[in-house]
Write a protein that binds this ligand. Structure first.
Ligand SMILES: C[S@@+](CC[C@H](N)C(=O)[O-])C[C@H]1O[C@@H](n2cnc3c(N)ncnc32)[C@H](O)[C@@H]1O
Ligand code: SF4
Length: 369
């Protein structure tokens, strides 16, 4: 009996895909989850694209109430404006049901005067809705409105906790109370909350503190991202060896605190998903031939332009005001970009596994064909 019980505990701990430890009913969903994981892994290994993007990000505003030194918002040559309601409605009406929609552009989403109407409009159409915010709410009522909005997931970008020394990152110290308030007052873990930190050279202690802060206030996960240097080459980040060392330390701290750590270059997800990701991450997308971002993601600008990445406002694959997403997703221009993304993206390595040496890319591009 005892052996059976131990076996059951093992299955529950390591094999079930659920993030909810009490949920034995998920056992019945195991074969389906397993099949989904295997198919998704095979598709990613061989870079077999889904018929439409699974994640659509809509640039609802480029206006912001912070001025983070690292942020390329001001150098991207985009209008620092809100998206019109009519364009928003046209874009959302073009999406199929049950899309994962992120309502965030190069600005602070809660500055948009109709942000809660936008969330409601997407929810009424059955979509999963997410937002990334700097946590500096323009009105006190925003926290309560978020809690009542039906928002599925909110990610707060912080690069350190109070008295942090990430001078190029998010700068306001007023946000921690807001984040903690949402975490404390939400019901049955909705919206789900993530913290998102960028890693700057010499600032790993700030990252470790973000992980501890996330665990203390009970959020679901912490994301860590590399710093983009394409638009801000002066930003300093750890070398590949240092970055890996920091990941292992961060992973250790996250395990000790009991919080999930998602770091695209090393590990994402929990349990079996995490195990397979760690094992296969360098083999995904034909062993790194394609940028991970190009597999299932599309960005829609405030004018309705579909681009492959938030960092490429000029790379327009089509416009959703007069086209449909599935056709744009599969068109020749988009496929050509996927195959030749380095020609456009240069040394960007935010969504690839290994760090890219910018000199190497310049040298490669100079070789005559
Ligand atoms: C542009 S912000 C927009 C949403 C919101 N204003 C915020 O800060 O979360 C989205 C994400 O971009 C990240 N980001 C800004 N500048 C970056 C850079 N140079 N490299 C990598 N990520 C950057 C931020 O940390 C944030 O998590
Ligand atoms: S990173 Fe976010 S908060 Fe900071 S300036 Fe850019 S858009 Fe604003």
């Amino acid at each position: 009996m005892r052996i059976l019980f131990n076996f059951a505990a093992l299955v529950k701990r390591y094999i079930l895909f659920t993030e909810n430890d009490d949920c034995w009913s998920n056992f019945l969903a195991l074969p389906k989850n397993m099949l989904t994981l295997i198919l998704d892994t095979l598709h990613r290994l061989f870079y077999i694209l889904p018929l439409k993007p699974r994640q659509v990000q809509i640039e609802i505003t480029n206006r912001c109430n912070m001025d983070c030194p690292m942020c390329p918002r001001e150098v991207l040559d985009i209008e620092l404006e809100h998206m019109d309601w009519d364009k928003f409605v046209t874009v959302v009406d073009k999406l199929k049901e049950r899309e994962n929609i992120t309502l965030t552009g190069w600005g602070e989403p809660f500055l948009h005067p109709r942000i809660f109407d936008m969330i409601a409009y997407c929810k009424e159409r059955g979509h999963r809705v997410m937002i990334t915010s700097n946590g500096l709410f323009p009105k006190e009522s925003i926290a309560d409105e978020i809690l009542n909005s039906g928002l599925d997931e909110i990610t707060f970008s912080i690069d350190g906790v109070e008295d942090n020394n990430v001078s190029n990152g998010h700068t306001s110290n007023k946000v921690y109370e807001n984040i903690e308030k949402i975490a404390r007052l939400r019901e049955i873990r909705k919206p789900s909350i993530r913290l998102q930190a960028t890693l700057h050279e010499g600032c790993e202690k700030d990252l470790y503190n973000v992980i501890r802060f996330g665990a203390r206030i009970g959020v679901e996960a912490v994301n860590v991202g590399r710093i983009d240097r394409k638009y801000a080459p002066e930003l300093k980040r750890p070398s590949p060896v240092e970055e890996e060392r920091i990941f292992y330390e961060a992973d250790h701290i996250a395990n000790e605190c009991g919080i999930r750590l998602d770091w695209l270059q090393y590990a994402v997800g929990t349990r079996m998903v995490r195990f397979f990701y760690r094992l296969l991450r360098k083999k995904l997308h034909q062993s790194g031939k394609y940028c991970l971002k190009t597999f299932d993601y599309a960005y829609v600008s405030r004018e309705g332009n579909v681009t492959p990445c938030c960092l490429l406002p000029e790379v327009k694959m089509g416009n959703l005001l007069d086209g449909d997403l599935q056709t744009i997703w599969q068109n020749e221009k988009f496929n050509h970009f996927r195959k030749n993304y380095r020609d456009t993206c240069g040394s960007c390595d935010l969504w690839v596994i290994d760090q890219v040496d910018s000199d190497q890319v310049v040298r490669k591009n100079q070789i005559p064909s």
